[in-house]
Design a binder for this molecule. Sequence first.
Ligand SMILES: NC(=O)c1ccc[n+]([C@@H]2O[C@H](COP(=O)([O-])OP(=O)(O)OC[C@H]3O[C@@H](n4cnc5c(N)ncnc54)[C@H](OP(=O)(O)O)[C@@H]3O)[C@@H](O)[C@H]2O)c1
Length: 426
Amino acid sequence: MSTETSDRVPVSTTGLEASPVGELPPVGEVPEFMHAQVIRQDRFGDPSTAFLPEVVRTPEIGPDEVLIGVMAAGINFNNVWAARGYPVDQISTRQRRGETEDFHIGGSDASGIVYAVGSNVTGIEVGQHVVTHPGCWDADDAWVLRGRDPMIAPSARIYGYDTNYGSFGQFTRVQAHQVLPKAAHLTWEEAAAPTLVGTTAYRMLHGWAGNTVSEGDVVLVWGGSGGLGTQATQLAKLAGAIPVAVVSDAERGAYAEKFGAAGWINRNDFGHWGIPPLVDDAAGQKQWTAGARAFGKAVWDIVGSRTDPAIVFEHPGAATVPTSIFVCQPGGMVVICAGTTGYDAMVDLRYHWTRQKRFQGSHGTNDVQAIAYNDLVVQGKIDPALGRTVRFDEIAEAHARMGRGDEVFGNVVALVGAAAPGSGRD
Ligand SMILES: NC(=O)c1ccc[n+]([C@@H]2O[C@H](COP(=O)([O-])OP(=O)(O)OC[C@H]3O[C@@H](n4cnc5c(N)ncnc54)[C@H](OP(=O)(O)O)[C@@H]3O)[C@@H](O)[C@H]2O)c1
């Protein structure tokens, strides 16, 4: 069902005070208020000042929703964007949809304990240890009812970015289908690390029929040491493909190799980034093409043959898309989920159509993909790539570092209900 604000009911006990950060009340007892890291419109800008800790009312839940006590919250780039209020002001966008809150509680990855379930929810019990996936949508969306991929539906949203009450509060509200079992062998912070980036990478590599990752494929992974990159590398390796990482220094290259990269390229060794000279600038084009060719050769040197990437795993966007499309194999796919360096990219159509390459957008995850990805984590086949664990009061600074590109070793996680790192293995 689409959850109208009016369908939601409080599950908290009036007068029950917020627990201190670092602990949660007895399972099933929901306080009226909770601590959260909150973004408000008058603070939009650098994440270091956009987030502030506040005490807010614990969210109500609708019949198809679940309330989770958050033990740890994964930090993702999407709440760098939310803090900046750019390119989307999420608070105004939600208010236009009829939601009344004038604040944003982000956080698209949670590990935690189920505290309450809506009246229609089956198969999820209070007390279960769970993680969340980030894809949500209205079940009564006409597109979803037609059985189409719900992550393409008009109502599709990313939890804890497009939606409020993400995992940077002591309690988070999710749709029941987003709830997945927590891998028993992982700590709370490990479990909260990978699901948003991992499910996104899974959809990018396995979701686009005709160009799904196959044994022997060369897969070029931009940002090989980052959140998406460490997951894409592992998923490609698991499929028998050959992941080649692109990074900006040797330490990041070594980190990418730890997760299965066959080798790494330092993008600072090349200078042809961004939009190439236009087609009628023959000399400029020649120079740009020489740079792109040298980059392609660096891929060959790692692979040990003149094999171009069958899949290019894209997210930097403007700076790299022309190169990604240039080096992609004929019939191959550049699959993109972001434009971190900018949204204006150029495609030289002459080569695009004659070499019959695919430039595929990808966003979030559907349930089937999220379950398939989480199964790999539960089976221990995918490492969550936990880079650093921070305190609840360091959530703002962790986003600021990520926004500056300082924080690029796997995934950063903040403790919320967990008092210290290392707990939560079942
Ligand atoms: N649509 C979706 O569903 C979805 C899901 C997850 C993430 N995203 C988006 O994807 C982007 C990356 O997310 P993430 O979690 O992987 O972030 P991250 O861990 O901070 O990694 C960002 C990576 O970008 C690379 N990079 C930075 N500047 C670059 C440039 N000029 N050229 C090439 N690479 C550059 C960095 O590597 P080096 O500097 O070492 O090269 C770094 O590894 C963000 O914009 C995020 O919002 C979208």
